[in-house]
Each structure stands twice: as structure tokens, then as C-alpha cells.
Design a protein around this ligand. Structure first.
Ligand code: ZN
Length: 88
């Protein structure tokens, strides 16, 4: 029976293709947080990621987190072949 289980759109969540999202990244080790802007296609540039890491961790050689400096459970994966990162 097609269409019986289609889910209604969540009220208040209107994400259109051309909306730039801002997400917050946190680091529970250094107790820091920052916001980054995500492109409409769900990617962020390597520059934004490295700036986030400097804000969140900023310690050379620190292994508390990954490329973007957030923890636990980073939402940033990559880099992709184009050098950008994806936001999960
Ligand atoms: Zn660190």
C-alpha cells in the first residue's frame, strides 16, 4: 500500500536546499564550543574545519579529538577527494 507510511514534515523544521545551516560543535575535554556554517549541500571547507579545531582544541599534538576538534562523537567526516568535509 504505497503512501500509507509517509511521515509528515516536522513542524518548525523547514530546511530548504539553499539554506545555510549553522551547527554547534563542542569539545568536552577542553570545555569549549564553537559554531560553524554548513553549506547547503552539507559540506564545510577544510579551512572552516581547521579553524574550528583551533578554537575547540588548539593544542599542537593533542589527540583529544579529530580534524574538527569536537568530541565526543564528531559529526564532521572527511576530507573528501575535493578537500571538503561532510557533516553527518
Ligand atoms: Zn585537545
Amino acid at each position: 500500500m504505497p503512501g500509507r507510511h509517509s511521515e509528515p514534515a516536522l513542524p518548525g523544521v523547514a530546511e530548504t536546499e539553499d539554506t545555510v545551516k549553522t551547527i554547534e560543535l563542542r569539545n568536552d575535554f577542553h570545555n569549549t564550543h564553537t559554531r560553524i556554517r554548513v553549506r547547503p549541500d552539507g559540506t564545510v571547507s577544510a579551512r572552516v574545519v581547521s579553524r574550528a579545531r583551533r578554537t575547540l582544541c588548539g593544542c599542537n599534538g593533542c589527540t583529544c579529538s579529530g580534524a574538527d576538534g569536537s568530541r565526543p562523537g564528531s559529526r564532521i567526516v572527511g576530507p573528501t577527494p575535493s578537500g571538503d568535509f561532510l557533516v553527518l
